[in-house]
Design a protein around this ligand. Sequence first.
Ligand code: ZN
Length: 243
Amino acid sequence: MSSKNGALVVFSGGQDSTTCLAWALAHFERVETIGFNYGQRHAIEMDCRQDVLEHLRRQRPDWSARLDQDTVLSLDVFQQLGETALTHDVEIAMTQTGLPSTFVPGRNLVFLTLAAAQAYRRGLKHIVTGVCETDFSGYPDCRDDAMKALQVALNLGMESRLVIDTPLMWLTKAKTWGLARELGGQPLVDLILEHTHTCYLGQRGQRHPWGHGCGACPACALRAAGYLQYVGEEGEYGLKSGE
Ligand code: ZN
């Protein structure tokens, strides 16, 4: 199952990138992680990242043996570019462009370009990212076409054969929970519920059935709906209890 090739996971400490990290650890001999500090309104994401890595190592010694270095790059340049709801204290709302104010133009393109530079330098063939076209806020830089075009551009520009893997691209949020269960059973689902961070407002606060968060922002709403659907679907299959 495991490929001899290594992978670099774009890892933010959220549900999606944690599931991607588990996917990479199940498929590759050597896995590294990269994260970006881009002046998020809430540094809590960066704390959750470390928390998730620590718990994952403890839960799965076999994965821990494959999990190599973590790199965090500072990208506060996005704050200089202008205001979005993720970098400044502005309201989360739909804008005239038809995209929510949480959209940071160019962010994913820059993230993946820097990830490619790191993968090239570290001798890792695969870049794994949790972008998704299904169930999502419609960010254009998360779409399959954008990822495929970027892969071509990066390989031409670096004379390389890097592969951008997007294991969540066609999964609903409910199916993403299902994938986590497939990869690491209930302990991994529990780890993701307890330790990952999704909330746009940076609130940990209350522990809902689907994890921590304000419960009202679009990210919390998406996570909650996905989890409820997942629990419903698992119920249909007669939830594999005792696992
Ligand atoms: Zn929230």
